[in-house]
Design a protein around this ligand. Structure first.
Ligand SMILES: Nc1nc2c(ncn2[C@@H]2O[C@H](COP(=O)(O)OP(=O)(O)O)[C@@H](O)[C@H]2O)c(=O)[nH]1
Ligand SMILES: [Mg+2]
Length: 374
């Protein structure tokens, strides 16, 4: 019962404790969405309802009640069509558009902090869309500079029983840890299929992992052997929890780890962020501004060419305002969209991006004016 305990502790300590943001990352199919769904249900049952954010623009159905859903803001299929992008480009661009207005999301989280002790954030299916994109960095840094933010790396235990696969997954986890530099929990999911004890043993006992590797004869295993030495330090401080998102097992243990990760944030990250805030405030905001400007320029420079005077009293400020307010555009049927998979995106995406976006902006703007001038 760590969740309510954590909640009670913070209430007892007087002032409002900022909510802990759990950023759920993991390979496609590892069970992130199912995990967030299960966690949401669990926290509700503990009388500690979380604030839930869906950042996957391409998910068909969100199986949990999302307080903020990127799909309400950016229609990824529309973005695909208007930019002439394939599915991956559409997802990345949608997240970029959303990230330009993440300040608004931050305000919502701040408002909700008296009601929710936890903010759960589900991310796009393909992990690299978030972990290796400018928008993922902007979102992570925005969260981590204000709230205790913990990375929850979900892995599919049943697909990691091969020592080489396991190691690749762990290297990926390690790279995310070093990139985000945030408190980190590895959730070994799908323990209803296979218990995660084999993985824990591999992490704690170097010999056991070597024995497993010895069954492998490929050249890859030699590389893995030397790399596993490197990973030893990573393993030694790693929080690992076995969970079944489907059955809901392991969640109490998870919240014990979340409490300890939150403490780690307060102890090690918060002072660092405060120090950074003070000494680098201007430099940092300048850099963020530049990043945002670059993003906005990449996607929305055309908005400046539409003939609206700079000093105009128009409420339209930038492309993402339009995205946020343009309402629902026509839904397209599945068959028509799937044709775009045949396009060679490397050739077409960049060349089409600007004119397509220009059309998109003009259409959106027209709709926006119509709506607002009624
Ligand atoms: N057996 C089992 N299957 C799971 C578990 N968690 C997720 N899944 C399944 O794994 C698949 C991918 O899950 P999803 O949550 O969509 O993964 P995501 O792409 O990471 O969001 C779905 O078919 C889920 O039903 C689990 O704990 N046990
Ligand atoms: Mg998902």
């Amino acid at each position: 019962m760590a969740a309510p305990a954590a909640a009670t502790e913070s209430q007892a300590s007087g002032g409002t404790q900022p909510p802990a943001c759990l950023l759920v990352l993991g390979m496609a199919g590892s069970g992130k969405t199912t995990f967030v769904q299960r966690l949401t249900g669990y926290l509700h049952s503990q009388g500690c309802p979380p604030y839930v954010i869906n950042l996957d623009p391409a998910v068909h159905e969100v199986p949990f009640p999302a307080n903020i859903d990127i799909r309400d803001t950016v229609k990824y299929k529309e973005v695909m069509k208007q930019y002439g992008l394939g599915p991956n480009g559409g997802i990345v661009t949608s997240l970029n558009l959303f990230a330009t207005r993440f300040d608004q999301v931050m305000k919502f989280i701040e408002k909700a902090q008296n009601m929710s002790k936890y903010v759960l954030i589900d991310t796009p299916g393909q992990i690299e869309v978030f972990t290796w994109s400018a928008s993922g960095t902007i979102i992570t840094e925005a969260l981590a500079s204000s709230f205790p933010t913990i990375v929850i790396y979900v892995m599919d235990t049943s697909r990691s029983t091969n020592p080489v696969t396991f190691m690749s997954n762990m290297l990926y986890a390690c790279s995310i840890l070093y990139k985000t530099k945030l408190p980190f929990i590895v959730v070994m999911n799908k323990t209803d299929i296979i218990d995660h004890s084999f993985a824990v043993e591999w992490m704690q006992d170097f010999e056991a992992f070597q024995d497993a590797l010895n069954q492998e004869t490929t050249y890859v295993s030699n590389l893995t052997r030397s790399m596993s030495l490197v990973l030893d330090e990573f393993y030694s401080s790693l929080r690992v929890v076995g969970v079944s998102a489907v059955l809901g097992t392991g969640l109490e243990e998870l919240f014990v780890q979340v409490s300890s990760a939150t403490e780690e944030y307060e102890r090690e990250y918060r002072p660092e962020y405060e120090r950074l805030k003070k000494s680098l405030a201007s430099a940092q905001s300048q850099q963020q501004k530049e990043q945002l400007e670059r993003l906005q320029k990449d996607m929305g420079s055309v908005a400046l060419d539409t003939g609206i005077a700079a000093g105009s009293s128009s409420p339209v400020l930038d492309p993402s305002d339009l995205i946020l307010t343009r309402g629902t555009l026509d839904e397209e049927d599945e068959e028509a969209d799937s044709d775009t998979d045949d396009i060679d995106h490397r050739v077409t995406e960049e060349s089409r991006e600007e004119p397509a976006f220009q059309n998109f902006m003009q259409e959106s703007m027209a709709q926006y004016w119509k709506k607002n001038n009624k």
